[in-house]
Design a protein around this ligand. Structure first.
Ligand SMILES: *[C@@H]1O[C@H](CO)[C@@H](O)[C@H](O)[C@H]1NC(C)=O
Ligand SMILES: *[C@@H]1O[C@H](CO)[C@@H](O)[C@H](O)[C@H]1NC(C)=O
Ligand SMILES: *[C@@H]1O[C@H](CO)[C@@H](O)[C@H](O)[C@H]1NC(C)=O
Ligand SMILES: *[C@@H]1O[C@H](CO)[C@@H](O)[C@H](O)[C@H]1NC(C)=O
Ligand SMILES: *[C@@H]1O[C@H](CO)[C@@H](O)[C@H](O)[C@H]1NC(C)=O
Ligand SMILES: *[C@@H]1O[C@H](CO)[C@@H](O)[C@H](O)[C@H]1NC(C)=O
Length: 940
């Protein structure tokens, strides 16, 4: 986009809703406190000054005494112990007792003591409860509660209000907040906010307990509790420590990301998860790049499920633990939140897919990606210079690899400064990008939110202008906050500032005039910082040193390798907005690309929060070239899909370390089935692009790429379904098949494809679970997998093979593979029909969504073609639902498991040529040129 077009762009941008949206944020209410050390605040907490409310409080000494009495009264003997000292294990006896808690030696664990809440821990009591009415229907509840005693944390909010709202038949919201002072609330624009629904029309029933307060939300139809705080960790609502617990319906719990973990979370192992976005090579039990406080919980039968979402962007810790009850195994979840309010959404399911759709339709459905972005992406830091860069492009083209997008990591820039280009080292880069375009390929470049602050005045406009506009994040004293990132000292763009949209637009636009990139990759946006806090450190305030710092925060402080929480954005403190930093950059960047290119934007972001999937793709960060990392990538991409981020992938062949040949082959095979397929390595790693390997390795990688490219219409249709129905693009097996709750080395594309990759070095077979109640066909051989299912099977997996099976009952739209998606689109459509041999009559169905692949809003504007395909016995028919995009030509139909050679095949009454393979039982009708906008009937 040339600079002279800028004026009209700015005018158009003025109408972009995001500006309005971003300017209406509520301002922070977490007050800075002068308290410095834990000792100090404990003392302060127990020294009452005798205001009206506090005069009723239990004095410190009495609490202390009560703790001892409780021991004898058996108030400490509860089987379920909720941690009263989450700051550390083995707290000093007096510290535990000062909190009015019980200290119990953990049986069999020498020297470990548990500091836990007694059964009668004093908390909030309900003082008023009234229904919320609309006309004469109850649409919610209004509850006021108070506490008189003090919690272990400073600044208890002694009077709380709870509003329960029946939002839809399947969604209930409840908010607990301070009715006297407006606290920070998450500035997310929630979708699907209908007017409330009368209680009688919903699936929810709410039960309150008065003293101590508890709330139980029950699914009416089967009396299943969905959220139940009764008897769990006590409710605490202090300024910087908010705690609530809920009983889980079963130990099978999923979500709560972004974390590196097995797919099924470890309730028995007391897994603790921290949410405080961080640039961190994925490691278990540490905070990672994104914040998604949403979980999906299976119920006792493993078939029904519900979900819970806490809309809160503050730092938090979640602790899972088993409950020692008689009866079915359960567990509990305890939230420990450092600010904001409690704003919960409960989704009644009852299927796992329903739960995800209910959640995602609230936070926003996945964006519709440009078609080219479904192709293969290639990237490496430190190609060295433009001739080395050009060699990589050439060798992958010469190797005839399907290959759509060549990326540039930060080494393209001058001194790592964004919006600059190193025209010495990368001489000719604009021409190379033009060459990519001439070959139907695309280019994506990286940008970071840190702006170099140490350039001579007048030489680096991104800093000079940002400074003048006052849109950098500020330190507690109001000066630009300076940290250190790739270019050295950097200021951080405040994407919550009302002037940032125009500023960011200007530099994206100007730079696009220099390097004609097609998408932006926004990295380091946790935000990452190479020092702890600013060049001057952080403050002593309670924002930088809150009373509770979740122990799982890597580095041990809130400002470890990031911006100080006391730093200020225009809308609120970094303390409140930290977890939304990447999210705010994502929205603005995506909106700007949309305006500038007038095409569907493509943005890849590392840091995410609830709703990021509406704007951008995500990758799982700085993984390692290792088989365990390959295996973990499956849980990560499945989780992202549960969080509404359909377009996700892990760095294929691994980012850090050298990828050995076998690993890279296996990873290219698996990566061909990632929603987002990018091979990416850091500067220190050996090359790992397909064209670099020997010809045998290349053949295998090319075959994997051919499989992906042949499935492009199917993959694209899945994205359409995800975009329009909030259903995930890929899903865990247990969504469709009970008995597979713990499986996370296999996954499903929609309900149609079962992917069973090799995740171990040296393996030439794969142990795969094959579900029962369905039949499966090998995608390579097109033959039926002759096993009864419902068990584990050893499948051959020589190096050249990844096991992918098509579920009987599916019809997949496909294309002949080509070296780019641009060329592939020019081929004729094909259908692969996998009959469901278990149903009577034999049936299958499928769908094709097709449009130009790049225009904005084709779905909303109905600028697409949508066709349903149905097989009934030996008749395949099409049903054209929409036909606003053409041409779409059918070239070939392949039908599996056809009993015997048919005497003839007829297309709308006309005989057509076909072949039949008696060994594989595959019927193939090629040489077609049928305009798919016209319905057809194919019989044999
Ligand atoms: C309100 O009450 C009237 C009269 O009892 C009844 O006809 C009407 O259906 C009620 N409306 C709702 C929303 O329940
Ligand atoms: C809830 O109750 C409180 C206290 O009675 C009242 O001040 C408040 O207006 C009520 N809120 C709503 C939404 O009805
Ligand atoms: C639920 O799934 C888990 C894990 O697969 C299994 O151990 C348990 O027996 C299942 N429960 C039921 C009722 O099927
Ligand atoms: C490279 O960039 C520098 C700094 O912007 C500029 O002065 C110089 O003319 C450029 N060189 C070329 C060959 O474009
Ligand atoms: C078309 O197919 C989709 C997906 O299989 C299905 O959900 C939808 O109901 C079908 N529409 C019609 C009219 O058959
Ligand atoms: C499928 O075909 C059978 C006959 O083979 C017929 O009885 C049945 O009605 C058909 N079903 C549909 C949905 O068309």
């Amino acid at each position: 986009m040339a600079v002279r077009n800028f004026r009209w762009i700015l005018r158009e941008v003025a109408f972009v809703a995001v500006l309005l949206h971003l300017s209406q944020y509520t301002v922070n209410s977490v007050q800075a406190s002068v308290i410095k050390t834990p000792q100090e605040y404990y003392r302060k907490n127990t020294a009452y000054s005798g205001t009206q409310e506090q005069s009723q409080s239990v004095p410190f000494n009495k609490l202390h005494l009560q703790a001892d009495i409780r021991q004898t009264l058996d108030q400490c003997s509860g089987r379920n112990r909720f941690d009263c000292y989450p700051e550390k294990t083995n707290p000093p006896v007096q510290d535990c007792k000062a909190r009015g808690c019980c200290l119990t030696r953990i049986h069999g664990d020498k020297g470990t003591q548990s500091c836990h809440y007694p059964l009668d821990y004093d908390g909030y009591r309900v003082v008023s409860l009234s229904p919320l009415k609309q006309v004469n229907a109850t649409v919610g509840w209004n509850v006021t509660m108070t506490r008189t005693s003090s919690s272990p944390y400073p600044k208890d909010i002694k009077t709380l209000q709870l509003l329960v709202l029946y939002e839809t038949t399947y969604r209930l919201r409840f908010k607990i907040f301070d009715p006297a002072v407006q606290r920070y609330e998450v500035p997310v624009d929630l979708h699907d906010q209908d007017s409330p629904t009368p209680e009688e029309l919903t699936d929810f029933h709410v039960i309150f307990e008065k003293d101590p307060f508890s709330i139980s939300i029950v699914r009416k139809s089967d009396a299943q509790p969905l959220f139940d705080s009764k008897g769990m960790a006590p409710l605490i609502f202090a300024d910087q420590y908010i705690q609530i617990g809920s009983r889980l319906a079963s130990p099978l719990l999923y979500g709560l990301g972004e974390h590196r973990s097995r797919l099924a979370l470890d309730v028995k192992g007391r897994q603790k998860l921290v949410f405080w976005n961080r640039d961190q090579p994925p490691e278990e039990n540490l905070n990672l790049y994104g914040t998604h406080p949403f979980y999906l919980n299976l119920e006792a039968d493993n078939r029904t499920a519900h979900g819970v979402f806490l809309l809160n962007s503050n730092a938090m810790q979640v602790e899972l633990q088993p409950l020692n009850n008689q009866g079915p195994e359960t567990g509990s979840i305890t939230y420990r939140v450092l600010g904001g309010i409690l704003d919960f959404f409960v989704f009644s399911g009852p299927s796992s897919e329903d739960v995800v759709r209910q959640y995602v339709s609230l936070i926003g459905q996945s964006f519709m990606p440009p078609f080219w972005s479904l192709g293969f992406h290639l990237c490496k830091h430190g190609y060295g210079n433009s001739s080395e860069f050009w060699k990589v492009i050439q060798r992958n083209r010469e190797a005839k690899m399907p290959y759509d997008v060549q990326w540039n990591d930060l080494d393209y820039s001058a001194g790592n400064k964004i919006w600059t280009w190193d025209n010495e080292t990368y001489r000719g880069l604009p021409e190379i990008i033009k060459d990519l375009h001439d070959h139907g390929q695309h280019n994506v470049i990286i940008v970071d939110p840190g702006i170099s602050s140490s350039q001579p005045k007048g030489t680096y406009p991104p800093f000079d202008e940002g400074l003048e506009l006052g849109l950098f994040v500020k330190d507690a004293s109001g000066k630009p906050f300076i940290g250190k990132v790739w270019p050295g000292d950097t200021a951080f763009v405040d994407f919550f500032h009302h002037k940032t949209f125009d500023y960011w637009l200007k530099f994206i636009g100007l730079f696009h005039g220099v390097l004609p990139f097609d998408g932006l990759w926004i990295d380091m946006n946790e935000p990452s910082n190479f020092i702890n806090g600013s060049v001057n450190g952080c403050t002593n305030s309670s924002l930088d040193h809150p009373p509770f710092v979740p122990p799982g925060i890597d580095g041990g402080t809130m400002y470890s390798r990031t911006v100080c929480p006391s730093a200020q954005h225009q809308q609120s403190s970094h303390y409140n907005l930290h977890n939304l930093y990447g999210w705010s950059e994502t929205i603005i960047t995506s909106q700007i690309l949309r305006v500038l290119s007038r095409k569907r934007p493509f943005v890849l972001t590392r840091s995410t929060a609830f709703g990021s999937g509406t704007y951008a793709a995500h990758w799982t960060g700085d993984n390692l070239s290792s088989f365990p990392d390959l295996a973990f990538s499956i849980s990560s991409i499945l989780n992202s899909n549960i969080f509404g981020m359909s377009m996700v992938g892990a760095d294929i062949c691994g980012f850090r370390g050298n990828a050995k040949r076998e690993l890279c082959i296996r990873w290219m095979q698996l990566g061909a089935f990632y929603p987002f397929m990018r091979n990416h390595a850091e500067g220190y790693s050996a090359p790992q692009d397909p064209g670099w390997f020997d010809s045998e390795a290349q053949d295998i990688m090319r075959a994997a790429l051919h499989t992906r490219y042949s499935l492009l219409p199917y993959i694209y249709t899945r994205y359409y379904i995800s975009h329009t129905t909030a259903s995930p693009a890929i899903r865990p097996l247990f969504f469709d098949f009970p008995g597979t709750e713990l499986i996370d080395a296999q996954f499903l594309w929609g309900s149609e494809l079962l992917v069973s990759p090799v995740v171990q070095e040296g393996a030439r077979t794969v142990k795969a679970y094959i579900p029962k109640g369905a039949c499966f066909f090998d995608l390579d051989t097109l033959t039926l997998l002759g096993v009864p299912g419902g068990d584990w099977y050893t499948l051959d997996a020589p190096l050249e093979k990844i096991n992918v099976h098509v579920k009987g009952g599916s019809i997949l739209p496909m294309l002949p593979p080509a070296v780019t998606t641009t060329l592939a689109r020019q081929g004729k459509m094909e259908l692969l029909v996998a009959p469901d041999l278990i149903s009577m009559p034999v049936t299958a169905s499928g769908q094709l969504f097709w449009d130009d692949g790049e225009s904005i809003d084709t779905v909303r504007q109905m600028q697409f073609t949508l066709i349903n395909f149905t097989l009934n016995e030996t008749t395949l028919t099409s049903d054209v639902q929409a036909k606003s995009y053409s041409p779409v030509t059918l070239g070939k139909v392949t039908v599996m498991a056809v009993e015997s050679a048919p005497p003839k095949v007829m297309l709308n009454g006309q005989k057509v040529n076909f072949t039949y393979d008696t060994k594989s039982r595959v019927l193939m009708v090629s040489e077609l040129t049928w305009n798919l906008l016209v319905p057809f009937e194919l019989t044999w």
